[in-house]
Design a protein around this ligand. Sequence first.
Ligand code: MF3
Ligand code: CO
Ligand code: CO
Length: 301
Amino acid sequence: MASLLKNFGKFWRTNIKKFGVYEKVLPHYTTPSRTVPEHIERPDYIVKQNPYAPKTPEVKNDVQIAGMKESCAVASSILNKLHPYIKPGATTDDIDELVHNFSIEADAYPSPLHYKGFPKSVCTSVNNVAVHGIPDLRPLLSGDIINVDITVYYKGYHGDCSKTFLVGDVDDRGLQLVNVTEECLDQAIKLCGPDVPFCEIGFRIYQHAKTNGLSVLPAFVGHGIGSYFHGPPEIHHTLNRYPGLMKPGMTFTIEPVLSHGSVHTVMLDDGWTIITEDGSRTAQVEHTVLITENGAEILTK
Ligand code: MF3
Ligand code: CO
Ligand code: CO
């Protein structure tokens, strides 16, 4: 026992030195899925077997662009309202309830709910959970970092955005991780515009992460979005050879996930929660953008 403790102590100190000070998150008890009133329009994957997605990146017309602007404004306004509620003691299930109710108040359907079987209305990914965390009854602790990823379906279009929030006092390593991840997204958006290769996004993000001693998780890509939740193009966030050029009228997400440690991840038995293999923390931020004649517009500001 004594030697076990000694080894554990050694591991713990090493871990702190490498990755900072935080609690590793484990699966926790959750609550049943929430319900959506009948009058709210559902996305097609709720009501039919083969949901629509285009085969190639879609160039949207003015009507479709106006629809995207509305759905993205709903998604970002919900995300921007959450800040005061994200504090020690609140559970991720409380955040699910807020996002669910804010969506319904806005006449929007919370897109994650029953998407490919996902049981909740939002994804909440804490510390070593990289993506797709399922809201549960674990209370947030001071020192946690938590990504809240909101997608809504409003008047026929999805809008998708996420942000990593700081809970109470977060250590310097955690702050740096979140800041650099935000810088990566900002820089990627700034390079977007007509005839820019999609793969440039990954080159830029990889470079900025590397300069700051962080790694980019290659498994998670941004995506085209519209009347469908996920479609072409794939937006890779690290070095890649994905073909194609951006064109005015395209809408897609950019959503890099960065870590202090390994780029490798493991899926938990719930079939959704993705954690880092080495327990290192990750941060993610996401915007939906529109390619315009002279650059890109952030639709989820
Ligand atoms: N919002 C996520 C994304 O950025 C997708 C979540 S799928 C879910 O693409 F089913 F987990 F909600
Ligand atoms: Co998202
Ligand atoms: Co997305």
